[in-house]
Design a protein around this ligand. Structure first.
Ligand code: XMP
Length: 321
């Protein structure tokens, strides 16, 4: 079934919210719904819609998959607590790391994260909660890219012809499926979410695992996490759609304190984009790049090289895995 797009410039956010609240209430009835909050604008918007429609009958979980950015799980849970939304933090770090152990192939990596998320951790939470309905922040771009075979996004089982009720025993509700990212931001703002959420940079479902080439281990996650924190700090004032640090697998020789060090490489990407379908690299100033590089090689242990990617999407994708 074709999905009718609502472009951001034709979106009446208030009317959209009213329609979705009604639809969620009608579908869920007196039952319980469940959703996972990642802190991104999509899942945050769905959480607020679900909370408004269902109140306490929406159970929201933040799954700590060991792949999030610095302090992200605690910060998101605290932010939603301030908004009156109770979010339960689930520590599933070991499960995800075990599932990812030894996997280097990008698709297998995504598959491991997806499967651990749905089949193991979230599936278990759903079974325990008794919820039959899952609220999910799928947007139209996810559908397009999945249908086009560019990527197998984790959240579009229906578009892939997989019946989630058969596969996992629950039904998915996707209130944002007609919107693209710019539309979701409008809805998020209209829902009263803070700017740190409605203007939040997109962050992929596989999280930092999408930014590690090769093995995903605690140690390598710590490296990319630290480089990510520095990158986000240094580029915070840059007008860009998304920026990220990527950890490479290849090592290169560096010199530190007079000794040769066969160290790690971080690649920086900073994208201009409207809706993530296409993207171009941002013209960062040389000063900005130099400062970023200097901070990463001095503050992140083991990193001796920093590069900046100047490729467009397509043919690149924004993430690396
Ligand atoms: P790519 O790498 O496909 O990224 O050019 C386009 C946009 O989508 C985000 N992204 C994802 N988001 N689950 C998500 O929810 C995913 O598996 C995923 N992969 C990429 C990416 O961060 C960018 O904004």
């Amino acid at each position: 079934m074709a999905i009718e797009e609502i472009p951001a410039d034709r979106l009446d956010a208030e009317q959209f919210i009213a329609t979705q609240l009604e639809a969620i209430s009608a579908t869920v009835g007196d039952s319980i719904a469940i959703n996972a909050l990642s802190g991104g604008v999509d899942s945050a918007t769905v959480t607020m819609l679900g909370h408004r429609a269902l109140g306490d009958r929406l159970k929201t979980y933040f799954i700590d998959n060991a792949l999030m950015r610095q302090d992200e799980p605690q910060q998101i849970v605290a932010l939603f607590a301030e908004l009156g939304v109770n979010v339960e933090l689930i520590d599933a770090q070991d499960e995800f790391l075990n599932a990812l152990a030894g996997i280097t192939d990008p698709e297998e990596k995504r598959e491991a994260v997806t499967r651990t998320f749905y089949h193991d951790v979230f599936g278990r939470l759903v079974r325990e909660s008794g919820a039959k309905y899952l609220l999910q922040g799928t947007i139209l771009t996810d559908v397009d890219e999945t249908v086009a075979g560019i990527k197998r996004q984790h959240n579009v089982f229906q578009q892939l012809g997989i019946d989630p009720q058969q596969a996992f025993g629950y039904q998915i509700i996707e209130p944002l499926i007609q919107l693209r990212k710019d539309g979701v931001r409008k809805v998020a703002q209209a829902l009263g979410l803070p700017e740190s959420i409605y203007n939040r940079m997109p962050f992929p479902g596989p999280a930092l695992a999408a930014r590690i080439i090769g093995d995903v281990t605690r140690e390598r996650l710590a490296t990319v996490r630290q480089a990510t924190a520095i990158t986000e700090e240094e580029l915070a004032d840059v007008d860009a759609f998304q920026y990220m640090a990527i950890l490479h697998e290849d090592r290169v020789t560096g010199m530190r304190e007079g000794r040769r060090e066969f160290g790690q490489q971080i690649e920086i990407r900073c994208w201009n984009s409207i809706d993530a379908r296409t993207a171009t690299p941002t013209h960062l100033s040389w000063d900005t790049l130099e400062k970023l590089s200097h901070r990463i090689v001095t503050e992140v242990p083991g990193v001796v090289s920093v590069t900046y990617n100047i490729t467009t999407k397509p043919p690149s994708t924004m993430e690396v895995v």
